[in-house]
Structures are given as C-alpha cells and as structure tokens.
Design a binder for this molecule. Structure first.
Ligand code: ADP
Length: 248
C-alpha cells in the first residue's frame, strides 16, 4: 500500500561479528517521504542497521536497495552518500568558530570542491538555499553568531540544517533529543515533522514519548530482526514488545 514506492528496501540482511548475529534475516521497507522510528533494546542491531544502509558495514548476505534500482551493496560509503543518503550522529559536530550561516555554507560545499577557492562568490541561488534552511531550522535570528554560542539543542538543529544543505533524499538521525530540554524536544519534533514528505527520515530513538509524537510507523528491532511494526499504540501493546523491554 505504498504511496510513492520504496526509497529503501532491505531484504534478508545478515551481519555477523565473530559469529554473533548483529542483524539476523532483517527485512525493512521504507516508503519515500516517510518518517520512521526505529526502537529496540540495547544490542538490538539499530546501529548496525544504520551502518549497513550507509555502507560502513557490508552484510554477509541479503539485499539493500535505494529506490527501485540502485543496489547499495555495490557502492562504497562515499558513493552511497552521493546518492543522497546522509547520517547525523548523536553528538553535534558544528564548527564553533564559524557563524551559523558559515556552517551552512560550508556544508553546501562539503561534497564538492568549490569551497576553498579564492574567487568563490555565493550566488543568489545559494544564498536563498541557506536562508531557506535557516528558516526551516528556526535559526535565522542567530545566523551571524558563532555556532559556539548556541545551546546544545540549537547545535543539533544546525547540524540537521547542515545535512539539509546537501539536499538529502534519506536522512538517518541517531538519538536527536539526547540531552535536550523539554522545550527543545518539542521543537525538534516540529522540525522533523516539517521535513517528512520532502525527505525520507529514519530516526533511532529511545524516548518513547518523543517517538509517539513524531512517528506514524515504528519498527521494533530485537536480536537483529524486526520484531514488529506498527503505530506506537500497536507496538506498545504488543506482548512481545513488552516482554523484550521488561527483559532488558
Ligand atoms: P543497538 O544500536 O541496537 O544498541 P548495535 O547494532 O550497536 O545495537 O549492536 C548489535 C550487536 O552487535 C551488539 O551485541 C554489539 O555488541 C554487536 N556489535 C556491533 N558492532 C560490532 C562490531 N564492530 N564488532 C563486534 N560486535 C559488534
């Protein structure tokens, strides 16, 4: 019942480390424009799954497709990034000494070789792109300030903005609200919701209340496989899910 067709399609993926199955016959289908949350206890395989999608880890077997036709197992990490799959790690890594604006500008050139040239001038289209992202991440009023003065939450939004500058198709977001204040958590939910549809987003997150506030569909991982998928209500009332979390 897909609306737009798959953006990511994994089938029967297996990854083992020294005989330990980190991913065990894992299959996953992400619809284009979807905002999906991945939950599951520690060691369930969430990080390994992200590593497989970005090409950091190559599975022992299985298939991983981007869209209908691009076989990600044939591509290395930079080539996968170039298809428009990008990842945001838990800790924000912005350049404190550069302004918010300059951080976004730098990110726009991260995948190209145009940044360090002496004769570089921003054109109107690039300028507009930066301003659009500033508006999306709600940091317009701080654009001329060094990123070093931002709060933890603002740095996280700036880093999401830096990903947006690269016009990603798929965003993999690792624990976006760790360490945030309640108000920052709410704004992060608004930001992620505003991005769905334009981008396909997979969020790995432990905070169930936050997951409920953003996701229509939640995937529960357990022992390297998909235990179940559904709405937050469906998965939270699933006896197998309760069992897995009680047993943690
Ligand atoms: P999660 O992110 O859900 O906590 P992970 O994907 O990090 O789970 O880990 C799944 C399992 O695989 C864990 O038991 C972990 O110890 C193991 N694992 C992950 N990466 C490696 C690695 N590089 N070498 C050995 N074992 C690993």
């Amino acid at each position: 019942d897909s609306r737009h067709g798959p953006i990511l399609y994994l089938e029967d993926v297996n990854v083992s480390f020294d005989g330990f199955k980190a991913l065990n016959h894992l299959s996953l289908y992400i619809d284009s424009g979807e905002l999906r949350c991945m939950i599951g206890p520690n060691g369930a395989g969430k990080t390994t799954l992200m590593d497989v999608i970005t090409g950091k880890t190559k599975p022992d077997s299985g298939s991983v497709y981007f869209g209908q036709t691009i076989n990600l197992l044939e591509l290395d990490e930079p080539a996968i990034a170039a298809t428009g799959i990008c990842r945001k790690f838990q800790k924000p890594s912005v350049f404190d000494a550069l302004t918010v604006f300059e951080n976004l500008e730098l990110a726009m050139h991260a995948d190209k070789r145009t940044w360090p040239t002496l004769f570089y001038r921003r054109n109107a289209e690039q300028n507009e792109r930066i301003h659009n992202v500033l508006d999306t991440i709600k940091l317009t009023s701080l654009s001329k300030h060094p990123a070093g003065i931002l709060s933890h939450g603002q740095k996280q939004w700036l880093e999401i903005g830096m990903l947006l500058m690269q016009e990603p198709k798929v965003m993999l977001v690792d624990e976006p609200i760790a360490g945030m204040t309640h108000q920052e958590v709410e704004r992060t939910a608004e930001l992620l919701l505003s991005l769905q549809g334009k981008h396909s987003i997979i969020v790995v997150e432990h905070d169930m209340e936050f997951v409920r506030s953003i996701a229509q569909k939640v995937t529960v991982l357990h022992e390297g496989s998909v235990l179940t998928e559904g709405t937050m209500d469906e998965v939270q009332n699933d006896p197998r899910v309760i069992q897995v979390y009680l047993g943690e």
